[in-house]
Design a protein around this ligand. Structure first.
Ligand code: ZN
Length: 92
C-alpha cells in the first residue's frame, strides 16, 4: 500500500497520512473473540488521518495479507478531531 485515497484530496502518497489505530472487528460470539483470534486477519479496520492535507479522519478497511485497500470512508474532516474524541478544552 503506497497510496491512500482521501475523499477530499484524491489518491495521495502514504507519507501524507498518519496511522492512528486498528479497530477490533466485532466477533460473532465471545468464544471466537477470546479463543479463535488470528494473528493476520483477513480484514483490518483502521483509523488514518490525512495530516499533510485536509486533516480528515478516514476509516480504512484493508486486507493486510494481500496489502490491498478494500474501502475508505470519511469519519470526520476539517477540525482534526474524531467525533468520539473529547479534549479537555471542549469541556466548559
Ligand atoms: Zn485529504
Amino acid at each position: 500500500m503506497n497510496r491512500l485515497y482521501c475523499p477530499f484530496c484524491g489518491a495521495r502518497e502514504l507519507e501524507e497520512f498518519r496511522f492512528h489505530k486498528t479497530l477490533a472487528e466485532p466477533a460473532a460470539n465471545a468464544y471466537e473473540e477470546v479463543y479463535a483470534r488470528t494473528n493476520r486477519p483477513a480484514v483490518s479496520v483502521e483509523h488514518w488521518q490525512h495530516i499533510l492535507g485536509c486533516r480528515a479522519w478516514l476509516l480504512v478497511r484493508r486486507n493486510p495479507s494481500a496489502d490491498t485497500v478494500l474501502e475508505v470512508r470519511l469519519v470526520a474532516g476539517g477540525d482534526g478531531h474524531l467525533p468520539s474524541e473529547e479534549s479537555p478544552h471542549d469541556r466548559a
